[in-house]
Design a protein around this ligand. Sequence first.
Ligand SMILES: C[S@@+](CC[C@H](N)C(=O)[O-])C[C@H]1O[C@@H](n2cnc3c(N)ncnc32)[C@H](O)[C@@H]1O
Length: 306
Amino acid sequence: MSGHLPVMLKEVLEMLAPRDGARYVDGTFGGGGYASAILEAADCRVLGIDRDPEAIARGKALVERFGGRLTLVQGEFSRMHELTRESDAKAIDGVVLDLGVSSFQFDQPSRGFSFREDGPLDMRMSLSGESAADVVNGADEHTLTQIIARYGEEKNARRISRAIIAARPVSSTAQLAAIVSNAQGPAALRLAIHPATRTFQALRIHVNDELGELERGLESALKILSPHGRLVVVSFHSLEDRMVKHFLSERSISAPRASRHAPAAPGNKPAFKLLTIRPMTPSADEVASNPRARSAKLRAGLKLAA
Ligand SMILES: C[S@@+](CC[C@H](N)C(=O)[O-])C[C@H]1O[C@@H](n2cnc3c(N)ncnc32)[C@H](O)[C@@H]1O
């Protein structure tokens, strides 16, 4: 199995600016690409969080390599304020999130994220809870349509969910990809992406509650960051990027007021200075060597003193 190539690593390090003696949280440890680079850049400590037990098990070798400077914990990044308390890592100088799935997860057919090779319809990053097969075989037409339309931004959502319901039970990724492709009709074959891509994205986001995790994870990061701490987020689709953009800009000193003459809303003391006015994107060279980087967007903020 191939490893995971970290996306926009140079830019992440530039925005996080690791310092000696500092403490960082990598909320999406994955293959440990970011965590290793942070630990190599400064004599600092990293708490790596991942909801996937396989990622935590794989990371044991890195824990040994960094001799106590890396700690790993399995869990959701939405709980990072609790997880840092449990590991006694107070006053966090930087939090980094690299959203979505790793190549380890995506390229392993048994995890059920991809239709490139057939596998069980699973898609659970944490290997627990409701699977994609549970959703596809259990949801009513309205719910399934909503999931595919909202999280996949798929305009043929109703047609697709009807085709899925007519074909139940659906148990494998290849079976689902074929049902969705047929439901899309010949026009979809002219698209740049596979006709089932958006439906797979939608199911993955739903099964892992990715938007709920992101919303709570950003709030959790805000709680644990010390003054001058940095928040760096790499996202891969517009739903996530919009959420990160709003989170940072609504809490930032450069956030525009409703009117130039209006006073700043009481109680809305800015929490961040934006480090990226527009999102950073990967270089053409990176996209050429790592297609997974294609849609990446990086946004960062500097926590202000209370
Ligand atoms: C894109 S990969 C991160 C790769 C990592 N930056 C590297 O360089 O190897 C995303 C990882 O985050 C994990 N993940 C996604 N959402 C999560 C969440 N809400 N809580 C904890 N881990 C999550 C996934 O299981 C996956 O291993």
